[in-house]
Design a protein around this ligand. Structure first.
Ligand SMILES: Nc1ncnc2c1ncn2[C@@H]1O[C@H](COP(=O)(O)OP(=O)(O)OP(=O)(O)O)[C@@H](O)[C@H]1O
Length: 594
């Protein structure tokens, strides 16, 4: 069961478990960190005890034993110094640990995002995801510094100080202790007041990132639609809401937390002085008074520190919980099951159809079927075109063939093997995709074709030749090493598409899927693509969705989808014979438009 991320306890549990995971390799550092903190706290507690001895045993009775007095004085000063030194070293050690944990966490989140199913990205917002990987993991660092350093340190100092007070005068210690629940009440009130604002501020920050990423990604559409002012206003509102949430958080801090704690400090000091005033003060009690007043600061300060960290702590816990929730998102089925190659998959029947679909039904949302009872066989080496109106289910069918969404078991076979039974490596190697949007990296032509597969230059060049991209790549100023700019901005849309085809072919796929790969290119480039596809005939099974019917005119078979059902199927000439048929109408319409 997923933890309730709205519930603060659930969030804290998630945050701590995430912290443990990220810090696992550094566990020994944590052990040392606690040990050093205890040593520093002990040293700090010893200071006032030596100060008391100096006053009560030497200064007040005028017992001037100089060597012992010098030793006690040095003890008071040195214990303070050494404690500060240890605390500093501790901070350095913890900061290192925190940074390494953030590094690991970031890697964990990014790697996990890469494995998420496509259905996750249907609802994910890019900016928010980026914010998880960058800001939220960074916030986990504060969790380390705050939780492990300030809070742990303050708690240890607090316990040590209360013990030292009990050693000096247990009745006075009890009075100080009796007032401590008031601090807990203050902290509780503060948390109740500020928690909703903290959660809201973080959500809004993520929203700010999301809006920014969305606007930059779609800048051309945004400017062309004259939507700058509207987007500016939308952003201003989110920005203002974020400011208001942060202000509410600060108000809780400034109006409740700080004044209440300062008041508490004064009450405590008054109580101790009042108690001493009630007593017949003897000479030896002056030292105790000195020690108590020194200790009061050490009780108040850790409490202030602990409570002051709460706001940051809350933010970090919320951020960590969000990272943890993202990490709990189930990986895509194929990654999650991490299937090994099965005997069946390895058998790979060479006479079986490349794709065999039987009675396939599919819906993204229950009750809203997109594909209805689809049955289809595509022999190996065939070139098949898929056409149909917008929304008829063409891309959905392709997504199912690519395993982006789980299809009912056994309804799709590839080379005789159910899609689910093919191991990941093999599946990705056998199926190549040329998407509608070519998606080029801001890298060289070579890297864009290689896509991290460590292909050799001859393999890359052969793929580029097969896609008819070699000539224009070779003509670039640095040939295959020419940087193509962000999103391939140095190339025309047609050239980008040819690189995308080369990329798909470089993996030597047995099945090549094209999703409207020619819809945005000119007729000349389309002809190049047609020639390239023609050359693949018999070697690679090609399944191409095309709005532009000229691309698939020469296909062995054309499948016409209408509202998620196959209504016509056959080669171009045959489909053109069906009077009033959908294909015929679509084709004639395109002819007219041309
Ligand atoms: N990720 C999704 N979540 C929910 N519904 C979806 C999703 N993708 C597509 N649909 C719906 O499924 C139906 C088929 O969409 P699909 O994209 O497969 O059609 P298409 O034939 O490829 O259309 P086009 O030619 O416009 O690309 C549509 O009604 C669409 O709204």
């Amino acid at each position: 069961m997923k933890p309730d991320i709205q519930n603060p306890r659930g969030q804290l549990r998630q945050a701590l478990s995430l912290l443990r995971r990220a810090a696992l390799p550094d566990q020994h550092h944590l052990g040392w960190a606690v040990l050093w903190l205890v040593a520093a706290a002990l040293l700090e507690v010893m200071g006032p005890i030596m100060g008391k001895a100096l006053i009560d045993e030497h200064l007040l009775p005028h017992h001037l034993d100089w060597p012992r007095m010098a030793a006690l004085l040095a003890g008071v000063v040195l214990t303070g110094w050494i404690a500060s030194g240890l605390r500093y070293l501790q901070l350095v050690r913890l900061s290192g640990l925190a940074m390494r944990s953030v590094m690991r966490l970031r890697q964990m989140v990014y790697t996990h995002v890469l494995l998420l199913p496509m259905s996750f990205f249907d609802r994910a917002i890019t900016g928010q995801l980026v914010s998880r990987v960058t800001n939220d993991t960074e916030a986990v660092k504060s969790l380390y510094i705050q939780v492990l350093f300030v809070m742990l340190d303050s708690t240890i100092v607090l316990i040590g100080t209360v013990c030292a007070m009990a050693f000096l005068d247990w009745r006075l210690m009890l009075i100080v202790l009796a007032l401590l629940p008031a601090v807990l009440l203050i902290v509780w009130l503060y948390q109740r007041w500020s928690a909703p604002a903290v959660t809201r501020a973080r959500a809004l920050r993520s929203e700010i990132n999301g809006q920014m990423a969305e606007s930059i990604g779609g800048m051309s559409v945004l400017q062309a639609s004259n939507a700058e002012a509207r987007f500016g206003q939308r952003f201003a509102k989110t920005n203002q809401d974020h400011y208001t949430a942060r202000l509410a958080e600060l108000r809780a801090n400034a109006w409740l937390l700080r004044p209440a704690l300062d008041m508490f400090n004064i009450i405590l000091l008054g109580a101790v002085i009042f108690m001493f005033g009630q007593r017949q003060m003897t000479a030896t009690e002056v030292g105790i008074l000195y020690a108590f007043i020194s200790y009061l600061a050490r009780v108040i300060e850790p409490l202030i520190q602990i409570t002051m960290q709460f706001s940051q702590l809350q933010q970090s816990v919320v951020a960590s919980a969000r990272v943890a929730t993202l990490l709990e998102e189930g990986a895509a089925q194929e990654h999650a099951s991490n299937r090994a190659s099965t005997g069946k998959a390895a058998a790979n029947d060479s006479s079986a159809p490349a794709v065999s679909i039987s009675h396939l039904n599919f819906a993204y949302n229950p009750g809203q079927p997109v594909l209805h009872d689809l049955s289809l066989e595509i022999p190996q080496g065939d070139f098949v075109g898929i056409v149909g109106h917008t929304g008829s289910g063409k891309s959905t069918l392709l997504s199912l063939l690519l395993r982006f969404y789980p299809a009912p078991h056994g309804s799709i076979l590839m080379h005789g093997v159910p899609l689910d039974d093919i191991d990941n490596e093999r599946f990705r190697a056998e199926v190549g995709l040329v998407p509608q949007d070519p998606f080029l990296l801001a890298a060289s032509a070579r890297e864009n074709i290689d896509m991290g597969r460590s292909l050799t230059q001859p393999q890359i060049e052969a793929a580029a030749r097969a896609a008819h991209a070699h000539d224009f790549i070779a003509a670039l100023d640095q040939g295959y090493d020419t940087p193509l700019g962000e999103g391939g901005s140095r190339l025309s849309v047609g050239q980008k598409q040819l690189i995308a085809i080369a990329r798909a072919l470089a993996g030597a796929p047995r099945i090549l899927l094209l999703d409207e790969a020619t819809s945005h290119i000119d007729s000349q480039t389309e002809q190049i693509v047609q020639v390239a596809l023609d050359e693949l005939r018999g070697k690679v099974t090609v399944i191409a969705i095309a709005h532009r019917l000229s691309t698939i005119r020469d296909a062995n078979r054309i499948i016409v989808l209408n509202h998620g059902r196959i209504t016509e199927t056959g080669p171009h000439e045959q489909l053109m014979q069906i009077d009033g048929g959908l294909y015929q109408r679509l084709y004639l319409l395109q002819q007219l438009a041309a």
